[in-house]
Design a protein around this ligand. Sequence first.
Ligand code: OGA
Ligand code: MN
Length: 214
Amino acid sequence: MNSILLDDSTELLSSKSLDELSSRGWCVQHTHFDHAPTHDLLNASLDAYRANLFEPAGVGAGSQNTIKHQIRSDYSRWWDPTNPTPLQENFLLQMTRIQRQLNRAMFLGIHDLELHSTIYPSGGHYEAHLDQFQGRNNRLISMVYYLNPQWQPEWGGQLRMHLEHTLIDIEPIAGNLVLFLSDSIVHEVLPTLHQRHAITGWFRNRPWPLSYFT
Ligand code: OGA
Ligand code: MN
């Protein structure tokens, strides 16, 4: 287990994780941030949920966004990058360092990160999908950071990645940090029998006009 200080000199992602992300399109690393502990992030999420600050998550980008419970049944709360809480700021600092590592190791032009907190109520799920919206191409790397301090496999709720020849299931347990390519890794959230908490984000570049590719 890595315990990370706000010391800027340590690399957060191991070279193994970076190699795996580059070569096979995904990686998982167990990581705890000293100044943004998972139990504080979880409590902040729970407080906001109880204060009705979460909204049912939708499907599709921009004005196409609609609520479809048969596809996904989580609730989310977008972080406001212009007005983070001190805890969010500490978390964002760590993500900025990861962003720098990704740009350096994978020659990506990531320039920002959009983040939201998510809660799947018991019974929730999210069908298999890609994170890059149709007609948009600015989400490069998806990241999920899990917050439940313990997780029983029989509760379900795993992140399932659909790879070419195999399925990979990841337990949504506090400290698991998953990164994957937004435009190519099909994934789903298996039905969960327990309330499930995570922070989900997308490292983005400036969108290219789609006409550039045609
Ligand atoms: C998403 C998503 C995965 C997870 O929000 O797009 O796929 O494990 N989340 O919560
Ligand atoms: Mn997704």
